[in-house]
Design a protein. Structure first.
Length: 270
């Protein structure tokens, strides 16, 4: 919601490229009202093991797989969903019956939005691994466009796709919620951005569902506090109808614009 709004507002005066780097569950396109993309490109950032049954002597040494990807029936087979492509089975196979080969584990999608900026979106295929590597490929594709500001919508948490998303960034906006888990997760991501020495600002989403916790977060944020956004059911209607929230009559529109105003001031300093 916030990433789509910032991309739209920045695009009024600056060249923008938007990236959906939440590759496990990309939805930035929905917030921008996109139903179909202009360009699709399958990519490979991971590998899987393949057994050549004509070479296999059924010695069973490959059953060492810690992921349980190799099964022994009439033939030795590999479950591609469980296989992590680590290559251990290939190392222990005495007759070279196992190969590690690249697989298409995701895709990059591109759409020129009605605001004249491109959206580059990554999608990790179901059951595949390598989300962090997909994020890296998405950002590489985005770099091929002429832009002044790149808006990256990251996954939640602190995992590989998040680290891949913030790597090389000039500023991070940390969106949290006023709950015990929200505060806990905020502390974890703060360790990440501080480790990488990335300047940041904090936004509290749905701040009014627990104003006491919101006060705690605001005090904890100090000079890094960017603003707070209310809970409003009209936001749900926006996403359901593929209508950017900025064009709704929700009370949060004014709040998002306040965040944008303060962000502009901070970015000009950096």
């Amino acid at each position: 919601m916030l990433a789509s709004s910032l991309a739209i507002m920045f695009s009024e005066k600056r060249k923008v490229v938007a990236c959906d780097c939440d590759v496990d569950a990309p939805n930035l396109g929905l917030w921008l009202g996109i139903e179909k993309y202009d360009y699709y490109e399958k990519i490979s950032t991971s590998e899987k093991a393949i057994i050549n049954s004509s070479k296999c002597i059924k010695c069973g040494k490959c059953l060492i797989c810690r992921h349980g990807a190799i099964k022994k029936n009439e033939e030795y087979t590999i479950n591609s969903i469980l296989c992590e492509g680590c290559g251990l089975c290939k190392v222990v196979c005495p007759v070279g019956a196992i190969d590690i080969k690249p697989v298409e584990n995701g895709e990059i999608r591109i759409k020129k939005t009605m605001w004249n900026f491109p959206l580059i979106s990554g999608q990790l295929y179901p059951g595949e691994s390598g989300s962090g590597k997909i994020v890296t490929e998405v950002k590489k594709k985005a770099e091929s466009f002429n832009y002044e500001i790149m808006i990256i919508d990251s996954a939640a948490g602190i995992g590989c796709p998040v680290i891949a998303s913030i790597t090389g960034c000039n500023f991070a906006i940390l969106v949290t919620e006023p709950t015990p888990s929200g505060i806990s997760d905020l502390k974890r991501i703060l360790k990440i951005v501080n480790h990488f020495k990335i300047p940041y600002g904090i936004v509290i989403n749905k701040y009014d569902i627990n104003k006491e916790f919101s006060k705690i977060i605001e005090k904890m944020s100090g000079k890094h506090f960017l603003g707070k956004i209310s809970y409003d059911e009209k936001v749900v209607y926006s996403i359901v109808n593929l209508k950017p929230v900025l064009y709704s009559n929700s009370k949060i529109v004014k709040e998002i614009k306040e965040v944008f105003k303060k962000l502009n001031t901070i970015i000009s300093i950096h």
